[in-house]
Design a protein around this ligand. Structure first.
Ligand code: ADP
Ligand code: MG
Length: 501
């Protein structure tokens, strides 16, 4: 009995955010002395589960026990005090504070005060030195590289000598040498009885370090397997629920001539070059795990960043593309972060819509707000935007409707090509469907769309062709008739399913 309750147990965890069920039935047992990997597609609830363990969120239902004792953490500090150290998915360092301060950041007063300054320095230096060389404890964290900052976050967890260590995609930002040294530390901690929960999308890492693997799908625990009996094929089918894949009616569509052409695009020094041709009326999806180059590629198409290779618009006489969002090139780009990059919260809904196309409403020397208002109501009708009054602040709209306003804004520039960066992220399902319908309609009218999406389902449902990125290169190009949940996810993880180029 003693044995069974040892370690971290999560049972029937549930967590909702508004209408989203992030976790419906989360179950997991991480034993002392094991590395337990949690696998699942984007949005399957991994980080939510981690945040419950780490004291950031409280579960709506379910139970967490550590060595048989029930726990409800009210804060990350409380979780730490119980011996649970979590490295969250976001790389969290205070840029202006020193590396030393960052390593001890958030530690509860008692634990920290028990040590002298000199002891704190020695412990920080020891722990950090196990992961990387040459970092000065007194330099500001903001001066470090991303990999080094991630190492500081990991050192922050290690310095507490945890009973439970949680690493949420912590290797994604690490360079290879640091990753290998982290694995050494994990093996050492495991041999000392630490229970380690590890999250990574890299199959090579999962195979190298895991003792057991649990798969999460749509907020539910699907399976737990021992290292000796795990196969990548089975893990992928557990992640995607291959048997429940809906068969979408897929037919090749009649497409127009090439409208945008990219040649010899290289996204990183060691990456393969990318040649890409977008045809009139085509809807192409860009997919991949976070940070595999798809975001850069899209911004490259938008002309927002430079690099090796060239972009041309054959149908427009072959001139090269300069700025995005301008009418001359006919390429409009909708960025990913609504708040930071494109929404003006203090302005009205209608003004947010009209910003780049205000010229259309000028008569003589004056702006005619009624014309703006008329244009907006037409656009709002096309996209079923729900709003009170168009002169109310845009912040009064729901997230999904704000997103539609931004879509309407760029559609008002009459682009030949629309580039969308994860347009339905955080948008409710009804609004998503309305956006899909609008995009289908626009493509049938001859507009071309390139859409980056982190949701596999979205590609399955919507696009003509999907490019799956891996290591800043196009790993697979999947045509309309081959697109399916499983072919896409397999490519995410560097596997090829028969019939895929
Ligand atoms: P994963 O880490 O597996 O990618 P997450 O746990 O981050 O998944 O997300 C699970 C689901 O919960 C997603 O649909 C995500 O959009 C949603 N979600 C996560 N955190 C929040 C939040 N703070 N507010 C609203 N929705 C959230
Ligand atoms: Mg996550």
């Amino acid at each position: 009995m003693e044995e069974l309750s040892a370690g971290l147990h999560l049972s029937a965890l549930q967590k909702r955010f508004g209408a989203t069920i992030a976790l419906g039935d989360g179950n997991l047992h991480v034993k002392p002395g094991e590395v337990h990997t949690l696998l699942g597609e984007n949005g399957s609830g991994k980080s939510t589960l981690v945040k419950i363990i780490g004291g950031v969120h409280r579960a709506d239902q379910g139970k967490v026990t550590l060595d048989g004792e029930a726990l409800t953490f009210r804060s990350p500090r409380q979780a730490n005090a119980s011996g649970v150290a979590t490295v969250f998915q976001e790389v969290l360092t205070a840029a202006s504070q020193s590396v030393l301060e960052n390593i001890w950041l958030g530690t509860d007063g008692v634990f920290r005060r028990r040590r002298s300054r000199a002891e704190q320095r020695a412990a920080a230096s020891d722990v950090l030195g196990r992961l990387v060389d040459g970092i000065q404890l007194d330099s500001p964290a903001g001066e470090l590289s991303l990999s080094e900052r991630q190492a500081v976050c990991i050192a922050r967890a290690l310095v507490r000598t945890p009973r439970v260590l949680v690493l949420d995609e912590s290797t994604a930002a690490l360079d290879v040498q640091t990753r290998d040294r982290l694995f050494e530390e994990m093996r050492r901690l495991r041999s000392e009885g630490c229970a380690i929960l590890f999250i990574s999308h890299r199959m090579d890492e999962v195979e190298e370090i895991s003792d057991r693997v649990t798969v999460l799908r749509s907020g539910r625990t699907i399976s737990t397997v021992e290292r000796s009996s795990m196969t990548i094929g089975q893990l992928i089918s557990d992640m995607t629920g291959a048997s429940s894949v809906v068969e979408h009616q897929r037919e090749e569509r009649e497409l127009g001539p090439a409208i945008l052409s990219a040649e010899g695009i290289r996204l990183a020094p060691a990456a393969e070059t990318i040649d890409f041709e977008l045809r009139r009326g085509e809807l192409v999806g860009l997919a991949g795990l976070e940070g595999q180059g798809q975001d850069q590629f899209l911004r490259r198409l938008a002309g927002l960043i430079d690099g090796e290779g060239s972009l041309t618009q054959p149908a427009a006489g072959g001139e090269s593309i300069r700025a995005a969002g301008s009418n001359k090139t006919g390429v409009a780009y909708l960025p990913r972060e609504r708040r930071g990059e494109s929404l003006f919260e203090t302005m009205s809904t209608q003004e947010n819509f009209a910003l780049p196309t205000m010229r259309k409403d000028i008569r003589g020397p004056l702006l005619n707000p009624r014309r703006t208002s008329e244009r907006f109501s037409r656009a709002a009708k096309d996209l079923s935007i729900k709003f009170g009054s168009s002169t109310d602040a845009i912040s009064t709209l729901s997230g999904g409707n704000q997103q539609k306003v931004l879509l309407a804004r760029w559609l008002a520039t009459d682009p030949a090509v629309l580039l969308l960066n994860d347009p339905t992220r955080g948008v409710d399902i009804t609004t998503k469907r309305e956006i899909y319908a609008a995009l289908r309609q626009l493509c049938s009218e001859g507009m071309s769309v390139v859409m980056l999406s982190s949701e596999v389902e979205e590609h399955v449902e919507l696009v003509d062709r999907v490019l799956v990125f891996r290591n800043q290169s196009v790993f697979a190009e999947i045509g309309r008739t081959e697109i399916g949940n499983e072919t896409i996810v397999a490519a995410y993880f560097g596997q090829r399913v028969a019939g895929v180029a």
